[in-house]
Design a protein around this ligand. Sequence first.
Ligand SMILES: [Zn+2]
Length: 270
Amino acid sequence: MPELPEVETIVRGLEPVLKGRRIASIDLRRPDLRRPFPPDLRQRLTGARVTGLSRRAKYGLVHTDRDDTLVFHLGMSGHWRVDPGEIGTHDHVVIETDEGRRLALNDARRFGSVDIVRTEDLDSVEPFARMGPEPLGDAFDGAFLARALEGRSAPIKALLLDQRIVAGLGNIYVCESLHMAGIAPGRAGGHVAGARLDRLAEAVKAVLLAAIDAGGSSLRDYVRPDGELGYFSKDWRVYGREGAACHCGAVIRRRADSGRSTFYCPKCQR
Ligand SMILES: [Zn+2]
């Protein structure tokens, strides 16, 4: 599943193709992905000029000069193909720019989505209305975490995965951040305080930025916007490393909870 760093990488990869260009055509090759495409999607995008791209949580945003924003989510297996030689069975949405460049949204499992929203309404529509701040934004810091986690008895790991507290964090990055910050994943959120929360916010940012710098990382096969295979990170600190040695010398453990695996070091995470 593409995580926040992959989506950021994809948005950055789409930008040189789309920004400033007019959308000459948009071809919807089926009626839906996870849900039906909006009936006015084609009409609102055809002829519009792309003013910029951005990301919110794991959603890519394409803004146009008609004050609309195309919102895409890549689901489990989605990716964009840039200037594909030919359009394939799983290329469900094909955008052509006024320069004749083509982008195909390829999604074999069809868990992705494409919507169009008035740009001014972005913060007030689902799924964005109840989302917490971006983890890479200035609003996400130790003081914010202190307010958000105060009195919470749920495990800190579950709270960091809650999109209402902070947007876009997935299992891999939460495991890695907690290890970097030396915080046990099962510790009650309200029992982590002070400088430890500053360290945690810094660790979240550092782990995400390292992955973005590496060009996005994923455990799944997925194609980067430039048509190359995505970067596969193999140097996680704890994720997927059950039984291996932590840098502190202890053995990394895995715990299964609610269908997810938690990887952690029992010695240096407290
Ligand atoms: Zn350790």
